[in-house]
Design a protein. Structure first.
Length: 216
């Protein structure tokens, strides 16, 4: 059997673009000898000292909740469960749009209830301890979240966000793509991303987004 190359992926489950990239990486793993390893980062931590809108700050106040549950699950079962739990969370948050109707600022209690419901369903679907949902509302795991976040963001710098991908001694933010390529198209993008990321002195390639995330 061909030895599979570890690919470390840092994500915040609330980010739709990280979700798109993660689905692309799943496609890549089916056609290239790579093995995704999942790690958490936090948009709430990333933006806590930045000048952001009050609306976005309210969103981030709740966004930390599923990250806490992911960390609690990793501590109970090991990091190997993060990929499965992320898939269950992301499917509900992004593909099913379960949080779109939540007004983060109007009724914090209602928002918390919806987040809790989504997280609880994801835990059950992943076959994990349902009581882990309680981690969403406590700070017990916040220091561990910060350590995981710092490990990923230190590889690429504070001016970027989620996702962060590391392959050996090469790390980069993104790619930001919609929809997520499939099959050999996914593999071709992977080959190209690695080619530029491994080029000494290469830092950035970017253009304006002309479409929203396309979940399918």
């Amino acid at each position: 059997m061909t030895e599979r190359t570890p690919v470390d992926f840092w994500f915040d489950p609330i980010c739709p673009w990280a979700w798109m990239t993660s689905r692309w990486l799943h496609e890549v793993a089916a056609v290239r000898p790579v093995e995704p390893r999942w790690h958490i980062m936090s948009l709430a931590v990333l933006n806590e000292d930045k000048d952001i809108s009050e609306e976005y700050r309210l969103i981030l106040k709740h966004a930390i909740k599923p990250v806490r549950v992911l960390q609690a699950a990793a501590e109970k079962y090991g990091e190997d469960v993060l990929g499965t739990l992320y898939t269950e969370l992301g499917t509900r948050i992004h593909n099913q749009g379960r949080l779109k109707s939540v007004d983060m600022g109007d009724d914090a209690g209602a928002a918390s209830a919806v987040f809790r419901e989504v997280v609880a369903e994801a835990l059950e679907a992943a076959g994990l301890d349902p009581s882990l949902v309680d981690a969403a509302d406590v700070t017990d795991h916040d220091e561990a979240i910060r350590r995981s976040h710092a490990k990923g963001i230190d590889l690429v710098g504070e001016e970027v966000g989620t996702p962060v991908i590391a392959v050996g001694d090469v790390a980069f933010f993104g790619p930001v793509v919609s929809p997520a390529p499939k099959g050999e198209d996914a593999a071709k993008l992977w080959d190209g991303v690695l080619l530029v990321a491994r080029t000494d002195g290469f830092f950035e390639l970017k253009r304006s987004r002309t479409r929203s995330p396309i979940f399918d």
